[in-house]
Design a protein around this ligand. Structure first.
Ligand SMILES: C[S@@+](CC[C@H](N)C(=O)[O-])C[C@H]1O[C@@H](n2cnc3c(N)ncnc32)[C@H](O)[C@@H]1O
Length: 277
């Protein structure tokens, strides 16, 4: 089974499917980074602005920029009242359109496994933060079963359907993240595990959430009615055997943070495509 790429084509559907999770895990991530007020932030793969909003609300940023290659995600983010002062740019993590040393922090929440060349993405973040700046990311532990919708994906597999997967799932391993940060020349590296839970009102709430989101929702959209019905019943039996009540799912993510040498040591970025922004 070959899996098709995950598409981010609906900011509102993303928000219900993953934005809620992003805010839950993102709060732990942000607290753990321990930022100061009044800093220059770059949110790489900002998506629909779910994590960007936590920065905007809690960190009094001097400058806040979000980049993402999905116009649908950016359009949703640009409509949010609390994000009106954020500069949202359509760009790729592997070629950040910013000069060296432009930010105090570059963060990549729930994105590194979507970047085709994660090492290039991390090198780019290391390039655009100033000496002493922070480069941090967190990602669902995809290979260790930490994706919150793991049970949905396993049920898809059980009915013989390919599960849409990001291109760099291995980058979410803790040792993989450490290697990436070390190779980018970052120091003072710390890691941690983030665990979160989310409760859906009932099975219908979960079902509508999955149908409207990327990932499994994409696979379901191209399945015939009978196959969808079979999948739905299998998933319900698995998650809610009693047939009533709320459903709680759990997610587990790996987080990493590191610092660029305060003395401004040599960068190891493979390219410096920054424009004059
Ligand atoms: C799971 S979402 C995370 C969004 C947001 N950071 C959050 O915490 O909710 C992954 C995002 O990565 C973006 N993305 C995919 N490939 C990317 C790339 N090469 N560079 C930057 N962002 C990318 C997608 O468009 C999507 O918005």
């Amino acid at each position: 089974m070959t899996s098709e790429p995950i598409r981010f084509s609906d900011g509102a559907g993303y928000d219900r499917f993953m934005g809620v999770w992003s805010r839950l895990a993102g709060q732990d991530f942000l607290d753990w980074i321990g930022p100061s007020q009044g800093q220059r932030w770059l949110d790489v793969g900002c998506g629909n602005g779910a994590f960007t909003q936590l920065i905007a609300e809690q960190c009094e940023p001097l400058r806040l920029v979000g980049i993402d290659p999905s116009e649908a995600q950016l359009a949703y983010a640009r409509q949010q009242p609390l994000l009106q002062s954020v500069d949202f740019v359509n760009a790729d993590a592997m070629a950040l359109p910013f000069p060296d040393d432009a930010f105090d922090l570059a963060v990549m929440p729930l994105v590194i496994f979507f970047v085709p060349e994660p090492a290039q993405g991390v090198a780019e973040m290391a390039r655009v933060v100033a000496p002493g700046g922070t480069v941090a990311a967190y990602a669902w532990d995809l290979e260790g079963g930490g994706f919150p919708y793991q049970s949905v994906n396993e049920t898809l597999g059980a009915v013989g359907r390919a599960v849409p997967m990001p291109p760099s799932a291995g980058a979410s391993r803790l040792d993989g993240l450490r290697d990436l940060w070390t190779s980018a020349g970052l120091g003072d590296i710390h890691t941690r595990v983030i665990t979160v839970e989310r409760t859906y009102t009932d099975f219908d709430d979960l079902w509508a959430t999955v149908l409207g989101g990327p990932s499994a929702g994409q696979a379901l959209a191209v399945m015939g009615e009978a196959d969808v019905t079979r999948f739905r019943e299998l998933l319900r039996d698995r998650l809610q055997p009693a047939g009533s009540g709320s459903i709680t799912l759990a997610g587990r993510a790996h987080a990493i943070r590191g610092t660029r040498d305060p003395r401004g040591g040599a960068r190891r970025s493979r390219s410096s495509p920054g424009s004059a922004r």
